[in-house]
Design a binder for this molecule. Sequence first.
Ligand code: FES
Ligand SMILES: [Fe+2]
Length: 388
Amino acid sequence: MYEASLPAWTYSDPRFFERERAAIFRLAWHIMGHASEVPHAGDYITLDILGERVVTVRDAQGTLRSFHNVCRHRAARLVSQARGHCGARLVCPYHAWTYGLDGRVAGVPSWQGFEDLDRSAYSLHPVEQEIFRGFIFVRFAPGLPSVAQMMAPYTHELEPYALEKLVPQGRVTLRPRPVNWKNVADNYADGLHIGVAHPGLTRLFGTSYRIEARDWVDKMSGDVQAVPSTNWSERAYQRLLPALTEVPADCRRRWAYYKLWPNVAFDVYPDQVDFMQFIPVSPTETLIREIAYVLPGANREMRAARYLNWRINRQVNVEDTVLIEGVQGGMASSCYTTGPLSPKEVCLRAFADRMRALIPEARHERPPSASSQSHDSPVSGGHSKMER
Ligand code: FES
Ligand SMILES: [Fe+2]
């Protein structure tokens, strides 16, 4: 008996989406960006996710702080850009209340009639923050281990990439996809499709692609083969790898992907590191928020490798986009409920197990309201590993 995938209805059902918001995303660590994106006092970055909005700002002492990007007066958005500089104060664009970079009210226009306001009661609401190897994470409620604890199985592997020293290459991009966030996450950790649907990766990796699932992190990786690819970009990239001396020799051929529960993925290449964040927008819409980082001071070979990497992965992206949109459509079909998961799909199985443990309705082939009418039974093989 094969373990069943998550049922199709969980990829479009509004009530299930609300359950995910409370059971998963309320508790999850959300990546804001990297400390190097806010190098000076007054620099800030923002994130909007599931009705919450956060601003991370650096103060004059160099400390990074994260706040709800919500004015304490009438809830206006304090800063609206993805990244910017606010000077010594955050000034609300609605009625010009100002806040220090520590979140305290610094000023309220005197003519507005708030002479007796207890300013100390109206500081910006802080958001819990963790810096992991230079990357800034926030969360809205406690419960999960720290990012450092979750990433612990791979900390030693990431060491050679000097993540703290990365600087942004370009800006954050937001790519909308008409699919449920789990569809993007599943595809990211799906091991069986690489050799079928990504000819470029297959030429690069040969048979070296492998996946593994730890408690909070899935890892996918492949070794770029020495045998020259028939594709020009891939062949040129392969030739450049020995010159990428920023990382130790044993990292120069490795492409590794780490997916942190539930929706943050790090792509770690010898020439750059990026993160992709799958931001749920609605049951059938996801924003892929992405930015690449590099070590400063690249030579010509490194710059060429980055360009070729971009070309190679642009094609992978096109292929995955077609696949996930096709799957989203198939899941809406009346013929499909669940499919079998191979024992080799350790990441998809672990993900489905965790989802069923957190949201028990995910064990039903049909939405619970529909199942009570059709005498539906829980999905066979769908009991959580964590409960056994
Ligand atoms: S809403 Fe910000 S000052 Fe009024
Ligand atoms: Fe893919």
